[in-house]
Design a binder for this molecule. Structure first.
Ligand SMILES: [Zn+2]
Length: 100
């Protein structure tokens, strides 16, 4: 299970896909104490590599759409491992701090 520690109650917060998408807005809600905590981003080089990877994946999808038309939509599948990887980086390098 991939998880982050809640800064308020020190319980582990499981990083579900729902939490992951919401963390795009910068906040996690602890299921144990209901406190809101702020996701502190990964080290900058990790964040930028991940963004670069997402950017190239999107470009590859776009290129394949324009080349193969509808068939090119299959290339969207490469976004799955890209987001899985990014989610993994969130739990590996990110941490939560109490929201002010
Ligand atoms: Zn908590």
């Amino acid at each position: 299970m991939e998880s982050l520690d809640c800064p308020s109650c020190n319980e582990k917060i499981e990083v579900t896909w729902k939490q992951y998408w919401r963390s795009g807005l910068g906040y996690y809600h602890c299921p144990h104490c209901k406190d809101k905590s702020k996701f502190q981003t990964k080290p900058r080089w990790v964040q930028f590599s991940s963004w670069a990877l997402q950017f190239f994946a999107l470009m590859a999808c776009y290129a394949s759409f324009t080349t193969f038309g509808f068939l090119g939509s299959v290339s969207l599948l490469i976004l799955i491992p890209v987001f899985l990887f990014d989610k993994h980086l969130d739990t590996k390098f990110g941490n939560l701090v109490t929201a002010t």
